[in-house]
Design a protein around this ligand. Structure first.
Ligand code: FES
Length: 145
């Protein structure tokens, strides 16, 4: 193998590794969680934050809840044993936010928010709507009102 062939094969392999990383990241990105409703509460099993793959447990730190009552989903973030829930409606003009890169980004005018709903970058000036959360051993309870 010539030096040129070697460098070409390395470049092809590097591109393949880079693309597979992007593919895996996008596949693993969003999980729509199963939930039930109990009055004004959404009940999300804590098991939604993990999955089994190849006999390994993979932990998630973010799940999305899409209810029939709203076009805008709720995101639930886990940090250690703490959970936060935010409505993915931009406080600038109401566009649905996109999760990714450890934050929420607005596709309309570019506002950015932390996973807990705090404004990182405008034009939005107000933090996202958050929900009170309680937990027990098995579930997360999101208070809607
Ligand atoms: S609606 Fe989100 S930045 Fe304008």
């Amino acid at each position: 193998m010539t030096r040129k062939e070697f460098l070409r094969s390395c470049g092809t392999m590097a591109a393949g590794v880079a693309l597979s990383g992007v593919f895996l990241q996008s596949c693993a990105g969003i999980h729509y969680a199963a939930f039930s409703r109990d009055g004004n509460r959404l009940v999300v099993p804590k098991s939604e934050f993990s999955t089994q793959k190849n006999q390994k447990t993979i932990e998630r730190d973010l799940v999305i809840i899409k209810t029939a009552a709203s076009d805008i989903p709720i995101a639930v973030h886990k940090s250690g044993s703490e959970y936060t829930a935010v409505l993915l409606r931009c406080t600038h003009r109401g566009c649905e936010l996109n999760p990714g890169g450890g934050q929420f980004t607005c596709p309309c005018h570019g506002s950015e928010f932390t996973l807990q709903g705090t404004v990182l970058e405008g034009p939005a000036e107000e933090n996202l709507t958050t929900y009170k959360i309680t937990t027990d051993h098995d579930n997360i309870y999101i208070e809607l009102t």
